[in-house]
Design a protein around this ligand. Structure first.
Ligand code: DP6
Length: 345
């Protein structure tokens, strides 16, 4: 039976995907831009089973053992396998094992890296040769928009795929085939670091999916869309010019904005806890002391502090001392997915 193993990284967004035209296929309302990480990765081994065989979803443990995945996790994986079978015109079942480099319950989102690794491993096991752009579309169709960006290294943009055929935005439609990831710059272009302060280790109460749904009810959502064009422009340019002083303020403003939308959604979504606020304050203090550091957050309470390499050790030292911080994960911009990795079975 044919088998393949893929490894794909997580990513941290500088401009956030929040709100979708089509949640099932994660067709976003706005473009997002992220930095692909190096150390927080998922590995997925996939074996093609005979036609009609049921899918099997396993989790890899620390000492190499495999166990059956919990139902909620297995269901999401199986759903994506159904999509991938339809997209590739295959009938076989799949035996899938997944393992994250970061400890389960570390509070690091694994769906981006997990679905990117799964998509790559399935297509490789089937012997199909897709471009990175095509793979990003397939990964996005898992329903995890951030997974699309994890198919490439460095700095990556996921456009909306929105086209206004007659130039009229009223009649604009989303083209699924046009929302594929684009690499803005590779990892060698700019060595940025992400010091992640973990303050919450359990699964979040409100999923990203639910947050995306509710975002459209925020009275500030339309204003956010207006502000995004300028922010996207600044972030693209800051990356091109490696200007940390241009990038930092926008990435922090953008994260606050995402949470402002969440908190003003109906019903509201609060992802922060007291330690989140303490960290945001610490990062501002670090800047007052002359240390360039900017914070960003996904749909959760953990704080990612983006910085340049020379400031990383001091920033990590200061963040671990903040009350409520359980651990620090030090990561950096990474080169993207790989197929030359050790199989899980
Ligand atoms: C706040 O729908 O990609 O991280 O599937 O749960 O990982 P998951 O989330 P997804 O939404 C991502 C939301 C975000 C912002 C971002 O990464 O762009």
């Amino acid at each position: 039976m044919s088998r393949a193993t893929a490894q794909a990284p997580s990513n941290i967004a500088f401009v956030k995907y929040w709100g979708a035209r089509d949640l099932k296929r994660a067709l976003p309302y706005n473009p997002s831009i992220s930095m692909t990480l190096a150390n927080c990765v998922s590995r997925s081994t996939v074996e093609v089973l005979p036609d009609g065989a049921p899918d099997q979803v396993l989790l890899g443990g620390d000492s190499g053992e495999l166990s059956l995945a919990p139902a909620a996790f297995a269901d999401r994986v199986c759903q994506h396998l159904v999509t991938l079978r339809a997209e590739t015109g295959t009938q076989g079942g799949f035996r899938v094992a997944t393992k994250n480099s970061f400890p389960t319950g570390a509070g690091i989102a694994s769906s981006a890296s997990g679905f990117a690794a799964l998509t790559l491993a399935v297509t490789a096991a089937l012997g199909l040769d897709f471009s990175d752009e095509e793979l990003s579309i397939l990964a996005r169709r898992s329903g995890s928009g951030s997974a699309a960006r994890s198919l490439m290294g460095g700095y990556v943009e996921l456009p909306t795929g929105i086209v206004a055929s007659d130039g009229n935005s009223e009649t604009a439609s989303s083209e699924d085939s046009l929302s594929f990831s684009i690499q803005l710059a590779d990892a060698d272009h700019w060595d940025l670091r992400d010091v992640v302060a973990i303050v919450e280790t359990g699964p979040k109460e409100i999923s990203s999916l639910e947050g995306h749904k509710r975002s459209l009810t925020s009275p500030y959502y339309p204003r956010r869309q207006e502000l995004l064009a300028q922010r996207l422009h600044v972030v693209r340019q800051a990356i091109a010019e490696r200007s940390f002083s241009a990038l930092g303020p926008v990435l922090e403003e953008e994260a606050i904005d995402l949470h402002l939308i969440a908190m003003s959604s109906r019903p509201p979504v609060f992802y922060w806890n007291p330690a989140t606020l303490a960290l945001l304050s610490t990062v501002r203090t670090l800047r007052d002391e002359g240390l360039p550091a900017y914070s960003t957050m996904d749909a959760g309470a953990n704080v990612h502090v983006i910085c340049e390499p020379e400031h990383e050790p001091e920033i990590a030292r200061r963040l671990i001392a903040v009350r409520g911080v359980r651990r620090i994960i030090r990561d950096r911009v990474g080169t993207g997915p790989r197929l030359d990795v050790e199989p899980l079975f």
